[in-house]
Design a protein around this ligand. Structure first.
Ligand code: PMP
Length: 386
């Protein structure tokens, strides 16, 4: 039975396998013995692979490598308090709570806040961790069409009154399309319909927006989640909110309560990057934003349409087979851009997801467009529009 199901996945071009990744350095990745330009990293500022940074940090730090317990027992430490204060400060919020991963954070926050008689309104393209959080929660949920705030408002009009607590959830920069939610509209709707608003800033925190505080900047948003595993080049995740909501989560979020906490050394690394290396972080963020602007200008100058407004740029192909073929072709040309297929993205929208990082070069992107254009014998405009 399992064998047959695996075979079915293989024949649909949807079988996933862990790649043989051997090394990573500034903007490059070594896979199965060969080096490629790395267009598949969420390490948007290139921090996780900087040898000099890591060595400097390790010289000054000998924090423990395990907490051997959940936070509520013996798994907390001064590094945690420091990082939570740093994050609350960045988003100008009362309090923060660290979770082990962004997945566990979204799962824990949504399932804790939404009980029987409560409801979630969620953008249809929200990340799996949000979907799984809604499924685990005991309340109901409705998914509005991606970015269709009229559709959201209709749902709010007809459903909101039937429930006690209501939560609207959206990512800011969407992970697979790189497009950006209309945060002001969401704030307007959450106020009009008396809902809590939760924004997942995983792909924007320290990477997009004017400050380090993502696209929303924290303003008028009840709950913000994001991870340290992307632009900060570390590991773990957090939620920022009011003192009351954070206290509530400490008491109710099961993925927080029942799991051994992240090693203090890793928490110290996030602290060090965000506090001691803030100037470097900001200069890498500026580099990324300049590159992103230039890449979008290049796409515009070639009349290539894309939903993206950020460092994440999808090349939507459609079929699994074609996407895998193009990914292989680009690999032969020195680019590492894995095929993203269902269930990560909706059926029929398989794609290559390019994530730019601060260490990427505009010339490489330009050459990539030329290759895609020549190998498809059709305009890249068709390729890059949904
Ligand atoms: N939210 C979004 C929007 C994500 O893209 C991801 C991971 N890619 C997560 C949450 C989960 O974060 P983590 O990898 O830290 O579990």
């Amino acid at each position: 039975m399992i064998k047959q199901e695996l075979e079915a996945l293989r024949s649909k071009g949807q079988l996933r396998q862990i790649p043989d990744i051997q090394a990573k350095s500034d903007g490059k990745i070594v896979v199965a013995g060969k080096e490629y330009i790395n267009y598949a990293s969420n390490d948007y500022l290139g921090i996780s692979t900087k040898d000099d940074l890591r060595k400097e940090f390790l010289k000054q730090n000998d924090s423990l490598l395990s907490t051997a317990s959940a936070r509520l027992l013996t798994g907390s430490s001064p590094e945690y308090k420091h990082l939570e204060a740093t994050i609350a400060n960045i988003f100008n919020k009362e309090a923060a709570l660290i979770f082990n991963t962004g997945y566990q954070c979204n799962l824990g926050v949504i399932s804790a806040l939404i009980g029987r008689g409560d409801v979630v309104f969620s953008d249809k393209l929200n990340h799996a961790s949000i979907i799984d959080g809604m499924q685990l929660a005991q309340g109901d949920f409705f998914r509005y069409r991606h970015f269709d705030y009229d559709n959201l408002e209709k749902l709010l009009e007809s459903k909101r009154g039937q429930y006690r607590r209501a939560l609207i959830v959206s990512e800011s920069v969407f992970s697979m399309d790189g497009d950006i939610a209309d945060i002001d509209k969401l704030i307007e709707l959450k106020k009009k319909y008396n809902c809590l608003l939760m924004i997942d800033e995983a792909h924007a925190f320290c990477a997009a927006g004017e400050t380090l505080a993502g696209i929303s900047g924290g303003k008028d948003i009840d709950i913000i989640t994001a991870t340290f595993g992307k632009a900060v080049g570390s590991f773990g995740a957090f939620c920022v909110s009011s003192e009351d909501i954070i206290s509530y989560l400490i008491n109710k979020a099961r993925s927080f309560i029942f799991s051994t906490s992240i090693p203090p050394l890793n928490i110290a690394w996030s602290n060090w990057i965000l506090n001691n290396k803030r100037d470097y972080l900001l200069s890498q963020k500026q580099k990324l934003q300049t590159l992103t602007g230039n890449v979008h200008k290049l796409l515009g100058s070639r009349d290539i349409k894309t939903p993206s407004e950020s460092q994440i740029i999808p090349i939507i192909i459609g079929s699994n087979e074609e996407t895998l073929k193009l990914s292989e072709k680009l690999r032969a040309e020195g680019y590492y851009i894995p095929a993203i297929r269902p269930p990560t993205v909706p059926e029929g929208t398989s794609r290559l997801r390019i994530s730019l990082t601060a260490d990427c070069k505009l010339e490489d992107f330009e050459r990539l467009l030329d290759i895609i254009f020549s190998c498809k014998h059709q305009s890249t405009q068709d390729l890059m529009s949904i």
